[in-house]
Design a protein around this ligand. Structure first.
Ligand SMILES: *Cc1c(COP(=O)(O)O)cnc(C)c1O
Length: 396
């Protein structure tokens, strides 16, 4: 009998021996500088003839240990760990483009990614367009001869629409345009974008992968080594590097990532089913539900798996939303996701507050709209808490 290969998230570290034994946990190596023996040995290192480190902003053992695990999980090699998810987005959008290029983004990207598309790229002479990633024809209409790359997310925030990943990947391949996929919501446990033809994958490691809301980190990996090299140089030059301790914590979090994600998904599906039957709930958005606008694509792309996010809308506007958040005690009202605890976000007052009410309405985001990142609580207790929130909202 042969053992199944160990999942990359669970692999033991390659740690140096201490006497006759070996630690089973990666050591933390906070050194900023690394001493070399001679100018020749340093030369060998910089020319790639030997392995070693010189200065932590350029790379360090903890970042490499984390990067190699994430590489294996996403199916690439040579990816780069960055100090935040946004640093990884910037390494793609700014590290792989030049003035005169054009970039197409999904119209419901993560808020700061949207801001980079709308404000920062144009300021540097890189034109951008936004288009609906559930409609490959809309993405095609946005392409120009000078389009360098397309950036999408598989599951959108907060309405959980499913991008036509395969269609967009085929389009990008035909047109010689790079496809970058932010896989933060879906994670490699649900989908590996490179297996669908994406060129570049981005992770906010801050969220589900590290999983405990105690590190801010990102990772980006491309199939082509030249792209990884360009992003690594850009990240080093602009100081996007990650701290050794954060990388170590993220590696620790990865060991339980698959378990956490599976459990959170089961509870999310249960919560979605429960909420859909409650008075005062206008609609529930969850990818594996039959009434989801992209349910067929969710089946095909996510192969029947959901995600740990559930969005729902209650009747009664802002007053009911206030009552819900106050009464759903024990659920952190905080705009993040992927934590061990369930968190509740209210897009109209947080991620989507910069939009006009009409702009939000066009996305289907009313004052009664909530997005839930489901954590690891007992499902029954969680549902009881949501029921308390709904009862308070109905009483307004
Ligand atoms: C949070 C998030 C980011 C940004 O990650 P940070 O680690 O907060 O910088 C990017 N994309 C998505 C989809 C996110 O959820």
């Amino acid at each position: 009998m042969t053992d199944a290969p160990m999942k990359p998230s669970l692999q033991r570290p390659i740690a140096p021996r201490i006497g006759a034994s070996r630690p089973v946990v990666s050591p933390i190596m906070p050194s900023v500088v690394y001493a070399s023996e001679t100018p020749d040995t340093l030369d060998d290192q910089y020319e790639g003839r030997t392995q070693g480190y010189a200065y932590a902003r350029e790379g360090h053992p903890n970042a490499d240990a984390l990067a190699r695990r994430l590489d294996a999980m996403e199916g690439v090699s040579g990816g780069v760990v960055t100090g935040s998810g946004m640093a990884a987005v910037a390494a793609v959008l700014l590290g792989l483009t030049k003035a005169g290029d054009h970039v197409v983004g999904a119209d419901q990207l993560y808020g700061r990614s949207l801001r980079m598309m709308k404000e920062d790229l144009p300021r540097l002479g890189i034109e951008t367009s936004l288009a609906d990633p559930t409609d490959v024809a809309a993405i095609e209409r946005a392409l120009r001869p000078e389009t360098r790359l397309v950036l999408i997310e598989v599951v959108s925030n907060p309405t959980l629409r499913i991008a036509d990943l395969d269609g967009i990947a085929q389009l990008c391949r035909e047109r010689g345009v790079l496809l970058a996929v932010d896989n933060t919501f879906t994670t490699p446990a649900a989908i590996r974008p490179v297996d669908h033809g994406a060129d570049i994958v981005i992770q906010s490691v801050t969220k589900l992968l590290a999983g405990h809301s105690d590190v801010t980190l990102g990772w980006v990996g491309a199939r082509e080594a030249t792209l990884n090299d360009a992003m690594r140089v850009f990240a080093t030059t602009t100081g996007m590097s990650a701290s050794p301790f954060d990388c170590w914590l993220a590696e620790r979090g990865l060991a339980t990532f698959e378990l956490r994600f599976a459990r959170a998904q089961d509870t999310a599906a249960r919560l979605a089913a429960h909420l859909a039957g409650q008075a005062g709930v206008k609609r529930v958005l969850y990818p594996t539900r039959g009434d989801h606008p992209d349910s067929a694509r969710a089946q095909a792309v996510l192969r029947g798996r959901g995600c740990n996010m559930v969005s729902f809308e209650i009747e009664g506007g802002r007053a009911a939303a206030n009552a819900f958040a106050a009464a759903a005690e024990g659920i952190a009202f905080a705009p993040t996701l992927g934590d061990v605890g369930t968190t509740l976000s209210h897009p109209p007052s947080s991620s989507h507050r910069a939009l006009t009410p009409e702009g939000r309405a066009s996305l289907g985001i009313s004052e009664g709209f909530f997005r839930v990142s489901v954590g690891l609580e007992d499902p029954e207790a969680l549902i009881t808490t949501f029921d308390a929130g709904l009862a308070a909202a109905r009483a307004v």
